[in-house]
Design a protein around this ligand. Structure first.
Ligand SMILES: [Zn+2]
Ligand SMILES: [Zn+2]
Length: 232
């Protein structure tokens, strides 16, 4: 069995886009060298292969590019993946939920987002968000030091990054593959569920890490097994 892992990534240059793809490939190689089966995952460059979906997502993402942090991620996440679940229930007439989840700064902006989402719903090229992850780099102001992630490869996921550091990209992408944070949310510097807190990439400041600890590898392993069973 093989599954596509579609990466849509939004960077300011093609060079940076390539770099992200390179980091993801290296991440999978790293997991492979840690005896995690990732061979069934085929990385697909969504930017190139599905340009219409790429453009649609980009259009929506722009609304939040100057906005602030984690809440935006939640909005973006539900705009895409929540929208898709919603469509699956075939109740596409009621768009009230979009107004509830969007948090734009003005009514006018809210209407624009709503219109774009409706266009997205009604467009001929229905976007497929299964197996997709969206990675953005260095565009966003975030509360977390380097990035924020929501969702996973089972349902689609998105991570926003405030820099292009490999550790940060790995940390956020690892979330989408099933890894948890290994720090206490109320006290960022206290490690939890971690067996190598000095070096683990799932610590609060991933730039201080250099590897995935055993527990994080187990989390990824378990999640990917679930994906193999239930994913598409
Ligand atoms: Zn994290
Ligand atoms: Zn750890």
């Amino acid at each position: 069995m093989s599954s596509e892992l579609i990466i849509y990534n939004y960077q300011t240059s093609r060079v940076k886009q390539e770099l992200i793809l390179q980091y993801i490939r290296e991440l999978l190689e790293n997991l492979h060298s840690n005896k995690i089966d990732v061979d069934f995952l085929q990385i697909v460059d969504g930017n190139k292969l599905y340009p219409s979906t790429f453009n649609l997502i980009g259009k929506i993402l722009k609304y939040w590019s100057n906005d602030y942090h984690d809440l935006s991620t939640v909005c973006i996440y539900y705009s895409f993946f929540g929208l898709y679940s919603y469509l699956k229930q075939r109740n596409i007439k009621n768009f009230d939920f979009i107004n509830q989840i969007c948090n734009p700064s003005s009514k006018k902006q809210q209407k624009k987002i709503r219109d774009d989402l409706i266009n997205l719903v009604e467009s001929d090229t229905k976007p497929n968000f299964f197996n997709s992850i969206i990675i953005t780099g260095n565009l966003y102001k975030l509360e977390a030091p380097h990035g924020v992630a929501i969702g996973d490869i089972l349902e689609g996921g998105i991570c926003l990054n405030s820099n292009m550091h490999r550790n940060s990209i790995w940390h956020e992408t690892a979330h989408l593959l099933g890894a948890n944070d290994h720090y206490d949310k109320s006290n960022h510097y206290q490690s939890i569920h971690c067996d190598d807190s000095n070096n683990c990439l799932m610590q609060w400041d991933s730039l201080k890490g250099n590897r995935f600890c055993k527990n994080s590898l187990t989390e990824i392993y378990n999640h990917l097994e679930k994906f193999k069973k239930f994913g598409i």
